[in-house]
Design a protein around this ligand. Sequence first.
Ligand SMILES: [Zn+2]
Length: 231
Amino acid sequence: MRWFQYIHDLLHLFFPVLCKCCGRELRDGEVLICTHCHSDLPYTDFHIYLANPLARQLWGRVPINASMALLYFMKMSNVQHLIHHIKYKRELDLGIKMGNLMGLRIRSSPYYYQQDFIIPIPLHPKKLKKRGYNQSALLATGIAEILEIPTREDLLIRIKERQSQTFKNRFERFNDLMEVFAVPENEELKGKTVLLVDDVFTTGATIEACAVKLLERGVGKINIATLAFVK
Ligand SMILES: [Zn+2]
């Protein structure tokens, strides 16, 4: 046995590298997620259906050109583990890798074309400082690597922290969110197609508010990509 193989195996023994989904030990050649989880994740295939469930949720609320989510979200599932790692455990590589998977699907979709900017849903600067990174920006970076278009974090900003949403109906939540986000006046946005990126699509209120703000500033078309979709 070569000495480096020996050291590699020894390291593995004491510091096993675990799958971010199921927690089992990764084998040689597997990166971040094991082969089993990779093939077993609940992929939505929304990118090949224009009238997919995510798109339908936004019908009548805001005009969206194309939308997709990579995975179905369920509580206590591997997808929840994945998101937990990306959001709270500083798994930056995992966020970018999931972004890559989103990018590959977007690239193969007939509905996403000639996009100018990728825009992640921003965190409030205070929260960004505390967490150290924006999980949606990681996904956006991963998508940008595949699509080769720029990610812009200056075009859509968060100016207020969100208050508790309990006991609020959808209309009240939407109104609150309209004060949370802002799009600084920018000639670059006029007539452009942007890809809005978020981690989890639940009610769609965040995406809706951001899309409305961008359209008000003259954006031509909005496409959407999220990592997960809550059924
Ligand atoms: Zn696994």
